[in-house]
Design a protein around this ligand. Structure first.
Ligand SMILES: C[S@@+](CC[C@H](N)C(=O)[O-])C[C@H]1O[C@@H](n2cnc3c(N)ncnc32)[C@H](O)[C@@H]1O
Length: 201
């Protein structure tokens, strides 16, 4: 199922993202920024990570992919930049290769079989580091479907150990994996995986 969130959903999410202090987002962006200076932001939304990099002020290269035209339009308008935000379904092979691949809060909206496809595409890039966040709850697999602004919307809460195995099966040349957890509410955690790869990949 392809994610084609419309303007209505984008506005709703923007409101939610701006009004809540979202645990782990700032930390994830900051850890990602330290891993290199060229970034492929997979499921970039309206470019929150791009805004973070701009504010940081260092020199960087950036490409963001998103399947929602409304998200891409919004990103282009916000940053007055139509070169680095690209309408692209990330289940299809990637067109760009950067040092660092970031998937922040993308996998929560992808079914496990779709996640595997995206991991396969990430594996095909020459990236030296990969950052992926998922959500976990009591090590249970939960797929919730609930419409948002009348549109289809899924949340995937998954088992951390199973996901580590999927990473190991999908990504070649893994040198290191570090795991960071942030409490979102009483039972749900955002887990962030920082994956380092060997230089010769
Ligand atoms: C929760 S948002 C996170 C946005 C951004 N990473 C951030 O941290 O602000 C998830 C994004 O993934 C995008 N997405 C979902 N499925 C996708 C797919 N198959 N291809 C490209 N983008 C996708 C959605 O359109 C949405 O913008």
């Amino acid at each position: 199922m392809l994610n084609l969130w419309s303007d209505k959903v984008v506005s709703r999410l923007e409101h939610d993202w701006n009004s809540k202090n979202q645990p782990g987002v700032e930390e994830t962006f900051s850890m990602t920024a330290r891993l290199g200076n060229s970034f492929l932001d997979v499921g970039c939304g309206y470019g929150r990570f791009y805004a973070f990099l701009l504010e940081k002020g260092d020199k960087f290269s950036y490409i963001g992919y998103d399947s929602s035209e409304a998200m891409i339009d919004k990103a282009e308008a916000m940053y007055n930049n139509s070169d680095c935000f690209i309408l692209h379904d990330v289940t299809k092979p990637f067109i760009h290769s950067m040092d660092v691949v970031l998937c922040n809060e993308l996998f929560i909206h992808l079914l496990p079989e779709v996640q595997e496809k995206v991991l396969g595409n990430i594996n095909s890039t020459k990236s030296k580091a990969i950052v992926i966040s998922i959500q976990i709850k009591d090590d249970k697999d939960i797929i919730e479907e609930h419409p948002l602004e009348g549109e289809s919307f899924i949340n995937v809460i998954q088992n951390e150990s199973t996901f580590i195995k999927t990473i190991a099966d999908s990504i070649q040349g893994i040198r290191s994996i570090s795991i960071h957890r942030y409490k979102l509410n009483r039972k749900v955690y955002k887990t962030v995986f920082i994956i380092g790869r060997h230089r010769e990949i």
